[in-house]
Ligand binder design. Structure first.
Ligand SMILES: Cc1cc2nc3c(=O)[nH]c(=O)nc-3n(C[C@H](O)[C@H](O)[C@H](O)COP(=O)(O)OP(=O)(O)OC[C@H]3O[C@@H](n4cnc5c(N)ncnc54)[C@H](O)[C@@H]3O)c2cc1C
Length: 221
């Protein structure tokens, strides 16, 4: 057995959560941190040269190996829980980066209403119309509380997009239903594909407000 050098903080799992927590702790404190990741590291050649479709897309090499470790599932309370041995649409990642290595990168902020959903439902329907055991709660923070944090994360990731609500001012071409942003996105929106250009033109004619998806896929350096 190898004895590692003692550290102040051990983080289990090197996905977005673990790695960002490590980054914050080491930037803001003098604590030492070790991140333990069950999967292997990945280097540029893994992507550039050997992305074999069968290996990665069909055999799901970047995903948790369900033969080794998985979640359990039961269809009803009467069933026994059984291990899930085949991935469906839910693809938990493995290896440094976690699911962030193969995610789509769509990087929306939550809408302001999401944080106060319980209040919203009570106002709209009245307590009498809602089930007594309604489990939905308001968050302990609001969109406004998080706005500067969203901005910090968006800068760190270089999110591409177009603002639709700048300090309360609706901006055509962005998502006019989003919560107010203090700044434009750090990088411009990704270029439209031919199909998305056609889609945009078509839905504009119908009176909708199409906008480019905010993406953690850089549109420029
Ligand atoms: C296919 C797919 C597409 C997605 N697309 C988007 C998107 O477009 N936009 C969006 O916002 N979100 C998207 N998501 C969701 C997003 O990727 C995840 O919410 C996010 O990456 C989760 O990060 P995490 O660090 O919390 O967890 P994970 O990324 O799951 O990281 C956990 C890490 O812990 C490791 N680990 C687990 N157990 C142990 C252990 N016992 N010991 C050591 N290491 C361990 C795992 O290997 C993994 O690397 C997508 C997810 C998937 C699966």
């Amino acid at each position: 057995m190898t004895n590692l050098k003692p550290v102040d903080v051990a983080i289990i799992g090197g996905g977005w959560t673990g790695l960002l927590t490590a980054k914050e702790i080491t930037e803001k404190t003098s604590l030492s941190v070790a991140v333990f990741e069950r999967g292997g590291p990945r280097k540029l050649p893994d992507y550039a040269l050997t992305m074999d479709e069968l290996d990665y897309n069909i055999r799901l090499r970047m995903m948790q190996n369900t033969a080794e470790e998985t979640i359990t599932h039961r269809h009803s309370l009467k069933d026994s829980a059984v291990p899930v041995r085949q991935h469906g649409s839910f693809h938990p990642g493995t290896g440094t980066g976690g699911a962030g290595e193969h995610w789509g990168g769509a990087s929306f902020r939550f809408l302001p209403d999401v944080f106060t959903l319980r209040t919203h439902l009570l106002q709209k329907h009245g307590a009498a119309k809602l089930p007594e055991d309604l489990s939905i709660q308001d968050w302990a923070v609001t969109y406004d509380d998080l706005e500067t944090r969203y901005w910090k994360a968006e800068q760190m990731m270089g999110i591409s997009g177009k603002a639709g609500n700048l300090r309360g001012q609706k901006v055509d071409g962005g998502n006019i239903f989003e919560g107010p942003r203090r700044q434009e996105y750090p990088t411009p929106p990704l270029k439209h594909s031919y199909a998305s250009s056609m889609f945009e033109a078509a839905v504009r004619r119908l009176g909708y407000h199409p906008y480019p998806t905010p993406a953690a896929n850089l549109s420029e350096p």
